[in-house]
Design a protein around this ligand. Structure first.
Ligand SMILES: [Zn+2]
Length: 179
């Protein structure tokens, strides 16, 4: 059953929420720099092109290989279900994933914490947001029963998760994975 912990909101089945499964693959990846220990595949927020980004250079504002606009990594990045595996699981750096929904009030409490971590840990890890309404398969795969749920991934594996609003715990998890 659902966890009834404070600061969480259960995921209610919603009419009209259809699975938007797009076939995996497709689209070449633009590589601007040689693969590195901090390589991550990210979709450009402007043109949608997949880019291979060296996270260790994130603070220098890497640009999209296609449209030359900046890849903004000092803030959480939205990741779709289609891109989840190649962006989150294949990342060479740790990834903190926020499973949320636009209608979830407690999720809005978590948002500034994610902004803070993305800004402070730029170049060392990736912070992403997954809209559970549009990512039913990924949500089921990771057993997301309430939102917000934050999961920390490293080397494609779940390290730990946080349910609801637990800022000190989340900061501690991040420090540990980066130590
Ligand atoms: Zn672009």
């Amino acid at each position: 059953m659902l966890d009834d912990r404070p600061g969480e909101q259960s995921i209610a089945p919603r009419a009209g929420t259809q699975s938007e499964v797009t076939p995996a693959g497709g689209g070449k990846v633009v590589t601007k720099s040689s693969p590195s220990a901090h390589g991550v595949t990210l979709r450009c927020g402007f043109c949608g092109q997949l880019n291979s980004v060296d996270l260790s250079r994130a603070a220098q504002r890497p640009t999209c290989g296609d449209c030359s606009r900046p890849m903004l990594l000092d803030r959480p990045v939205k990741v779709t279900q289609e891109d989840f595996d190649r962006t989150v699981l294949a990342s060479a750096a740790p990834v903190l994933v926020d499973f949320y929904a636009d209608w979830c009030a407690p999720c809005k409490m978590v948002a500034p914490l994610l902004d803070e971590i993305a800004y402070q840990k730029i170049g060392r890890m990736l912070v992403v947001k997954v809209d559970t309404d549009h990512a039913p398969d990924v949500s089921v795969r990771y057993g997301i029963r309430s939102i917000p749920t934050l999961i920390l991934f490293n080397d494609g594996q779940e390290v730990e998760r946080s349910l609801g609003f637990e800022p000190e715990r989340v900061r501690g998890l991040v420090e540990r994975v980066l130590a």
